[in-house]
Structure formats: C-alpha cells, structure tokens
Write a protein that binds this ligand. Structure first.
Ligand code: RP5
Length: 168
C-alpha cells in the first residue's frame, strides 16, 4: 500500500455515504488516500493534531466534509498550508443544506477552502486528483481519459435520443 497523498475527513460517520464518493473517485484514479472522522466541535484537539501533522505525514490535499454548522474544512484550512477541499453535507442537522454550504463557502480572506456542491464529494475526489496531477503526468493522462469518457457518453446518449425521435 503506498503512502496516502489525500486525506478524506468528515465530521461524523453519518457523513460517510456522501464522503465515500470521494474515496471511490480516488480509487478509480489509483490515488492513495486515508479516511477518518475528525469533528471540529466534538474532537477539537484531534482536529488540531490531525491538521498540524498533515504535512509531515506526507499528505498533499485534504478533503473535509461536514454538515450543519460545518466548521471542519475551514478550521483545517486555518491550521495547515495544504489545499483544503470542502464538501458541504446535507445532514440530519442541516436545515436545508444552505447552512453547510455557506459555512464552508464563506471563508474570510486569507484562508481559502475550495468548496464543491452540496453532497459533491465525487467532484472533491476529482479535484484532489487534478491538484496532484499538476506534478504527475500519469494522473493527467487518466484525468484526460476520464473527461473523454464523459464526452463519449453524452454523444452516445444524444445519438440514441435523436434516433428515437419520430421523423414527421
Ligand atoms: C456535523 O454534524 C457532522 O459533519 C454531520 O454532518 C452532522 C451530524 O452529525 P451526527 O449527529 O450525525 O453525528 O458535525
């Protein structure tokens, strides 16, 4: 098993079904990752320890997901110099998801968090891979192939739809 380059953390195990989608993308691109629970509110010291040791442990990107009053991504970004991708999760304590989105999106100047869509962990996995790909040509090739695959799929669907339309 190679050393993890990407960390996936979440505020609770109740975020796992969403955050697993980031892990699935990293597996697809064969990027080594670690995944665990770090709660900004329930385990503040663990958050401090985890974020402050991330560089020395060899991590390059951190994906952090949380719901409701979602402080995890922003707090992690305030501690580590690594890029942090925030995933707003529509959780049981979310009013309608906007609370998570805005908590993660509206960071003060100086502490950026790259925020993906609500429950957008899939894109977080792809974005983390893109960040690594700036220094890894193999990953660049894999990402280009993935995008081509998305394109081919749409063309195939378009052709199918066009054929299904009855000619007047
Ligand atoms: C947040 O509170 C977590 O990230 C989760 O989305 C939400 C609810 O947590 P649980 O009460 O399900 O543990 O901190």
């Amino acid at each position: 098993m190679s050393k993890p380059l990407v960390s996936i953390i979440m505020g609770s195990d109740s975020d796992l079904s969403v955050m697993q989608q980031a892990a699935d993308m990293l597996e697809q691109f064969e990027v080594a990752y670690e995944m665990t629970i770090v709660s900004a509110h329930r385990t503040p010291q663990r958050l401090m320890d985890y974020a402050s040791s991330a560089v020395e442990r060899g991590l390059k990107v951190i994906i952090a997901g949380a719901g409701g009053a979602a402080h995890l991504p922003g707090m992690v970004a305030s501690i580590t110099p690594l890029p942090v991708i925030g995933v707003p999760v529509k959780s049981s304590n979310s009013i309608d998801g906007w609370d998570s989105v805005l908590s993660i999106l509206q960071m003060p100047g100086g502490i950026p968090v790259a925020t993906v869509a609500l429950n957008g962990a899939k894109n977080a996995g792809i974005l983390a891979t893109s960040i690594l790909a700036t220094a890894d040509d193999t990953l660049l090739v894999k990402l280009a192939a993935y995008k081509q695959q998305l394109c081919d799929e749409v063309i195939r669907k378009a052709e199918k739809l066009e054929k299904s339309i009855k000619k007047p």
